[in-house]
Ligand binder design. Structure first.
Ligand code: AMP
Length: 447
C-alpha cells in the first residue's frame, strides 16, 4: 500500500469545476409535521398530484419530500426560486460536508500526499473553503495582475455558495397528513439541488488568462461538473457558450502536456449530455464512467442495441466491447475507465505494462473500500482499512489483464464492503485514484 502512495507523490493535479456544500438534515416526525402545519393538508395533496419538477415555493418542496418518503424513492429537484435560500437556511442541519466531484477529489488527493493539488471552482465562499482540509499542497488560483496560489482553506472570495440540501430519512418514519397516515417505505434521501445563476462552470477571465501558466504547474487535470451547466442564463448566454469555452481551455491544457480526464457523471438533461459528449468527450485524453453512463454514451452515438444489453445484463464482456467502440469513435482518448459495483476496468492504447495497470486499479479499489468503510479518507494510514477488505466473491470473473489489437485491457474486482458507511463520492474516488495513478505511470515512463 505504501508503495502505491510512493508512486503518486510526485504527481501534481488540477481539479475543476464543481464543489458545493452538502447540508444534511435527518428528517424526523417533528420536522415533517412542522412543515405540514404550514399549509392545509388538501393543498399539499393537490400539489403532490401536480408533481412539481422544480421548487418555486415551500409547498413544492413539502409535496415532493412527502412523495419521496411515501414511495421510499430517492429524488433530486432543483431549487428555481433563489429567494427561498433564506427559508432553507432557517432549518437546523445536522451535518455539512463537501460535495461536488472536484471538491471531493481535491480533498482526497491532498490527503493522500500528492505533490500539489490546484483546485478551481468559480464560486468559493468562506463557508465552502472551510470544508477543505488544511494542507499546504491544496491551493486555489487567484489571478488579477499576477497569478497567486493560496491555500484553499484560506480563500474568502465570494458571498454566494452552492448548497445542496439533503433530507435523509429512515425506513418506517411515520407521520400524518391530515387524516392520512404515511410511513417511509425505505431509507433514502430527497435532495434540493441549488443551481445558482451566478455559477458558470468555467474558468473566469481573471484566472483564464493565466491558464497556460497553471498548466505548466501540473501533470494532469480531473474535470467534472459539466452536468451543472444550464441551457440558458439570464444574461442571454447559453450552454453552448460554456461548452465552447471549456473545450478551448482543455486544448490549452493539452498543448502544455497536461493529461486531461473527464469524469462523466449522470446527466439527466439530454441536451447537456449530448454537449458533454460532443465538446468535452471529443477533446480529453481519459474518461471515467459507470456502466449506466457508458450505456448512455453508446446510445447517443448510435449503438442502441449494445447499450440496452449492457443495461439489462451487466456483462463485463459487453462493457469491454463498449469501451473498444468508445476508443475507436473518440480517437482523442487514450484511456477509458469503467467502474461497477463488482470491478473496475481500464482500456488503454498506451505502451504501459499490464502489471502497472493492475496496480493502478488495485489502488483505486483500496481507496473505494476505505471510503465505503470509513465514510471519508482523512490520512494515508486510513488505507490500511481498505487493504484489509478482500476482493469480492466473483473475483475470478473480474481479474483480467491482456493485450488485444494493440490495446491493453485490465480489470480488477472491487473490495466489496457490505454495509458501507456512505456511498456518496465513491465513483469519484475510484476514478480519480485510477487516473492519478495512471498519470504517475506515464510520468515515470517519460523520465
Ligand atoms: P457508485 O457511486 O455506487 O456507482 O459506486 C462507485 C464505485 O464505488 C463502484 O464502482 C465500486 O467500485 C465502488 N463501490 C461502491 N459500493 C461499494 C462498496 N459497498 N464497497 C466497496 N466499493 C464500493
Amino acid at each position: 500500500m505504501l508503495e502505491y502512495l510512493e508512486k503518486i507523490k510526485d504527481v501534481s493535479l488540477l481539479t475543476a469545476y464543481n464543489a458545493n456544500i452538502d447540508a444534511i438534515k435527518y428528517v424526523n416526525e417533528e420536522f415533517i409535521s412542522s412543515l405540514i402545519s404550514l399549509y392545509p393538508p388538501e393543498k399539499i395533496r393537490e400539489k403532490i398530484e401536480e408533481y412539481p419538477r422544480a421548487i418555486n415555493e415551500p409547498l413544492d418542496f413539502i409535496a415532493r419530500l412527502i412523495l419521496s418518503i411515501k414511495l421510499g424513492k430517492p429524488a433530486e429537484v432543483p431549487l428555481k426560486n433563489e429567494e427561498l435560500n433564506d427559508w432553507f437556511n432557517s432549518f437546523k442541519y445536522d451535518e455539512e460536508k463537501i460535495g461536488g466531484q472536484a471538491g471531493i477529489v481535491s480533498n482526497l488527493m491532498a490527503a493522500l500526499g500528492l505533490k500539489r493539488v490546484i483546485f478551481y471552482t468559480p464560486l468559493i465562499s468562506e463557508r465552502l473553503s472551510r470544508m477543505f482540509i488544511d494542507s499546504n499542497n491544496l491551493v486555489y488560483p487567484i489571478g488579477n495582475d499576477e497569478l497567486k496560489l493560496i491555500k484553499v482553506k484560506e480563500v474568502k472570495k465570494d458571498k454566494l455558495t452552492k448548497i445542496n440540501r439533503i433530507f435523509e430519512f429512515k425506513e418506517g418514519l411515520a407521520f400524518k397528513l391530515g387524516e392520512e397516515k404515511i410511513k417511509a417505505k425505505a431509507s433514502t434521501r430527497f435532495i434540493v439541488a441549488s443551481r445558482p445563476e451566478a455559477l458558470r462552470m468555467c474558468f473566469d477571465n481573471s484566472v483564464r488568462k493565466f491558464l497556460k501558466e497553471l498548466a505548466k504547474m501540473v501533470d494532469c487535470s480531473f474535470l467534472s461538473g459539466f452536468q451543472g451547466i444550464k441551457e440558458e442564463y439570464s444574461d442571454g448566454t447559453t450552454y453552448i457558450d460554456y461548452f465552447e469555452r471549456d473545450r478551448e481551455d482543455i486544448k490549452t491544457l493539452k498543448k502544455e502536456g497536461v493529461l486531461t480526464h473527464l469524469e462523466f457523471a449522470s446527466i439527466p438533461n439530454l441536451k447537456i449530455r449530448e454537449a458533454v459528449i460532443n465538446y468535452i468527450l471529443r477533446e480529453v485524453d481519459s474518461v471515467g464512467m459507470d456502466e449506466t453512463e457508458l450505456a448512455n454514451v453508446l446510445h447517443s452515438i448510435g449503438y442502441e442495441k449494445l447499450s440496452d444489453i449492457i443495461l439489462k445484463e451487466s456483462k463485463i464482456e459487453d462493457v469491454i466491447e463498449g469501451c473498444k467502440i468508445i476508443l475507436d469513435e473518440f480517437k482523442n482518448l487514450e484511456v477509458v475507465q469503467v467502474h461497477t459495483l463488482y470491478y473496475i476496468l481500464m482500456l488503454t492504447k498506451e505502451e504501459v505494462s499490464l502489471e502497472e495497470l493492475k496496480n493502478c486499479l488495485d489502488f483505486s479499489t483500496i481507496l473505494a473500500a476505505t471510503k465505503a468503510k470509513l465514510g471519508d479518507i482523512k490520512k494515508k494510514e486510513d488505507l490500511k482499512v481498505g487493504l484489509n477488505v478482500p476482493y469480492n466473491e466473483y473475483k475470478e470473473l473480474f481479474l483480467k489483464a491482456y493485450e488485444e489489437d494493440n490495446l491493453k485491457i485490465v480489470s480488477v474486482p472491487s473490495r466489496y464492503v457490505k454495509n458501507p458507511k456512505s456511498t456518496v463520492g465513491l465513483g469519484d474516488t475510484v476514478s480519480s485514484g485510477a487516473f492519478v495513478y495512471y498519470t504517475s505511470i506515464k510520468k515515470r515512463k517519460s523520465l
